[in-house]
Design a protein around this ligand. Structure first.
Ligand code: ACO
Length: 338
C-alpha cells in the first residue's frame, strides 16, 4: 500500500520530471484488411470490438532492444542529454531480447551509456507506469540523477498468428523518457501501484520459463504464445484502472477536471470509453492512438505520451494522468505536472 506518509516524504525530496520523450515503431504496417487474409475476421469486427485499425510489426531481425535503442536516441536528443550522463536505464518489457542479459544492457551498449547501471522490469502492460514510480524513488533518494526509462515490446513474437481472438489486438513499438529532478518543476505528483497475483491465470505467456521450459512439447502445445481470457481481462481492466486513477488523483489533491490529458493504456477503445464513463472528464481529455498502433503492452502509455507531446497537446505546467493495467494482474496510475 502506498501510504500517504511516504508520499509526503517523497514530496520533500528531489522530484523526478520527464525532460523529454521519444518513440519508435517499426516500418511495416499490418492493417485489418491484411488480417482478413490471414484469419477468419473482418475489419468491421475488429473496429467495433477494439477500435484498432492497424498496428506496426517488427522485422524478424529487429529485436526489442533495437526498437528501444531508437526510441532512446530520440528521447535523449529531445532532452539534450548525452548517453554518458545517464546513471540508470530501465526497460519495461515482457518480450526481452533473451532470458539474459537484460534488454537495458543491450540498449546501454548500443547508445554508449557507459556510466549507467541497467535492468529490466516486467509488469506486462503496466510496465512503463511501474517504471516511472521506480525512477521517481531513485531520483528522490539521490541514488540516480538522470534515468532513461523505456517501454518496448515485440509482441508479434509471442502472438499466435492463427488465433483470431488475439492476433488482431497487438502491435510492436517502443517509447522512452529521460527523467531528472528539475528544481523549478514539480514533475511526478503522485503514483499508486497495485497487483493481484491471484488472477495470474487470466493473461499469461506460459512457456519458456522455469514452469514450462522450452521443449518440443511446449512448442507443439503453443505455450510460447500469449493466452488470455478476454472478457475477464476487459472487466478487471475497467474497474482497476478507474479505481487507481481516482486514487492517484486523490493523492495529488486533484480532480479529473484539473488534468489536461488522461493517457490510459491503449488496449481497446471500449475499455477507454468505459473508464471515461466512470471516471468522468470530457472525451477530449482522453488521448487515444490505439487505432494506429494496437496494444503495444509496456510501450503503449509512453508511445501515446510521446505522440501527445509531439502533437502539442501538453504544455509545461499542464497536468497529465497516466493509467495502465496488465497481466499479473498489475495496474497503476501516476499524475505528472508536465
Ligand atoms: N474476428 C471475428 N470474430 C472473432 C474474433 C475476430 N478477430 N475474435 C473473436 N471472435 C469471435 C469469437 O470466436 C466469438 O464467437 P462465438 O460467439 O461464435 O463464440 C465472438 O467473436 C465473441 O467473442 P468474445 O471473446 O466474447 O468477444 P468480446 O466482445 O469479449 O471481445 C475482446 C473480445 C476484443 C478480446 C475483448 O474481450 C477485449 O477487448 N478484452 C480485453 C482484452 C485486452 O485488451 N487484452 C489486452 C491485454 S491486457 C491489457 O492490455 C489490458
Amino acid at each position: 500500500m502506498n501510504a500517504p506518509i511516504s508520499n509526503d516524504l517523497l514530496a520533500r525530496l528531489p522530484r523526478a520530471s520527464i525532460l523529454a520523450t521519444g518513440s519508435y515503431v517499426p516500418e511495416r504496417v499490418l492493417t485489418n484488411a491484411d488480417l482478413e487474409k490471414m484469419v477468419d475476421t473482418t475489419d468491421e469486427w475488429i473496429m467495433t470490438r477494439t477500435g484498432i485499425r492497424e498496428r506496426h510489426i517488427a522485422r524478424t531481425d529487429e529485436a526489442t532492444s533495437d526498437m528501444a535503442t531508437e526510441a532512446a536516441r530520440r528521447a535523449l536528443a529531445a532532452a539534450g542529454v548525452a548517453p554518458e550522463e545517464l546513471d540508470m536505464i530501465i526497460v519495461a518489457t515482457i518480450t526481452p531480447d533473451m532470458g539474459f542479459p537484460n534488454t537495458a544492457c543491450f540498449v546501454q551498449s548500443n547508445i554508449g551509456a557507459v556510466n549507467a547501471f541497467c535492468y529490466d522490469i516486467e509488469a506486462a502492460c503496466s510496465g512503463f507506469v511501474y517504471g516511472l514510480d521506480l525512477a521517481r524513488q531513485y531520483i528522490a533518494t539521490g541514488s540516480a540523477k538522470t534515468i532513461l526509462l523505456i517501454g518496448a515490446e515485440k509482441i508479434s513474437c509471442i502472438t499466435d498468428w492463427t488465433d483470431r481472438s488475439l492476433c488482431v489486438l497487438f502491435g510492436d513499438g517502443a517509447g522512452a523518457a529521460v527523467l531528472r529532478a528539475e528544481p523549478n518543476r514539480k514533475g511526478i505528483l503522485s503514483a499508486v501501484m497495485r497487483s493481484d497475483g491471484r488472477l495470474h491465470d487470466l493473461l499469461k505467456l506460459p512457456g519458456g520459463g522455469s514452469r514450462n521450459p522450452a521443449s518440443a512439447e511446449t512448442l507443439a502445445g503453443g505455450l510460447h504464445f500469449m493466452k488470455m481470457n478476454g472478457r475477464d481481462v476487459f472487466k478487471h481492466a475497467v474497474t482497476c484502472m478507474t479505481d487507481v486513477a481516482r486514487k492517484a488523483l486523490d493523492q495529488a489533491g486533484l480532480t479529473v477536471e484539473d488534468v489536461k490529458l488522461i493517457i490510459p493504456h491503449q488496449a481497446n477503445l471500449r475499455i477507454v470509453s468505459a473508464i471515461g464513463e466512470r471516471l468522468g472528464g470530457k472525451p477530449e481529455q482522453y488521448f487515444v492512438n490505439l487505432d494506429r498502433y494496437g496494444n503495444t503492452s509496456a510501450a503503449s502509455v509512453i508511445l501515446a505520451l510521446d505522440e501527445a507531446v509531439r502533437m502539442g497537446k501538453l504544455e509545461r505546467g499542464d497536468r497529465v494522468l497516466l493509467v495502465a493495467f496488465g497481466g499479473g494482474f498489475t495496474w497503476g496510475a501516476s499524475v505528472l505536472e508536465w
